[in-house]
Ligand binder design. Sequence first.
Ligand code: EPS
Length: 388
Amino acid sequence: MTKNIRFLTSGESHGKCLNAIIDGLPSGLRIDIDFINTELRKRQSGYGRGGRMKIETDTVEIKSGVRFGKTTGAPVCLEIKNLDFENWRIPMSVEELNFSDKEILRAVAEKSFTTARPGHADYAGSVKYNLEDLRDVLERSSARKTAIEVAVGAVAKLFLREFGIVGFSHVTQIGSAELDVRPDTFTLIKEKAEKSPLRCCDEFTTEKMKEKIDRAKEEGDTLGGKFEVIYSNLPVGLGSFVQWDRKIDGILAQALMSIPAVKAVEVGIGVDAAKTPGSKVHDGIKIKNGVIYRDTNNAGGVEGGMTNGEPLILKGTMKPIPTLRKPLPTVDLHKKVQTEAHFERSDTCAVPACAIVAEARTAIILADEFLQKYGGDSIGEIKRHYGK
Ligand code: EPS
């Protein structure tokens, strides 16, 4: 399927920087850099993050495609510098190095490893790309690259905001600590979640989640969890039922499933639909003063692969980060002997960050689908098409 808004990213976890080129943005979109940087800060924060987040202060630099604060219609290039690169100049050198220099050899060897970490891309990546030093796999497979994706998502959010479409995310589970009571309105859920170090809208559950993370950290373990992404004010009819690859739930599921460590994606009632009778799953359609509405939204705003005007509700499940201080058994792929997995500084829990990444990915898909439906090369033209 041709995309209206396309983007590619590049960059390694400890390389110089992360980049993205976004193609297909209309002209006249106001780019609020502070907004992008606020989104980046949200991705960096969250209880349970590791040492790296203390080193970085992710901020975006716009390299092209924007003039006097607005897009021109040209591709937009974004960059986030990796401040940690200063500590990795030798092991992450782009230039060839003189390995007969003992200092250089030692600096590179210190960061090389051949003991594949179970659950990471290490083993399959080394076989696929014929890479002996697993550093070459780790660097690009690291979730570090989600920083630049959040910047791209923030641009997509700015586009959606022009049409009144807004979204947020919140965390509903960390390990066995689950949210069971939540405020009635999205506004309250958002407000409370934004104040919680775990993006959880209930203070008591936040505390339980913190305890679980502290325990896991003490034990050299990690924790996963669940989150929700909610977007409101969407028009009816983004996506389509006419072809399998145009169904918006399928497209969104792919976008969320491909976030590092995400193992399941649900739409609306999700997996609970299996145990609930049809009469209780489907949302009756009602009308008042000519306005169509629903009392329930089990469909999560999607019917027949299209948005139906109700809020879009997506749920994601993140597995625990596989880098463990108490390492799992593995094989040294060079020596071909049984051993223990390499340990590298990491997070105990990154579910709140994952929720922000999911929010960003959702925004990118929604912006693309919105442009597909309403079309136009400038914000003014799209607004005319949308009837605003
Ligand atoms: C991350 C940066 C990484 C990790 C983490 C996410 O930095 P470093 O490896 O230098 O500590 O903290 O990546 C993973 C846990 C992973 O599995 O990829 C970031 O910016 O989000």
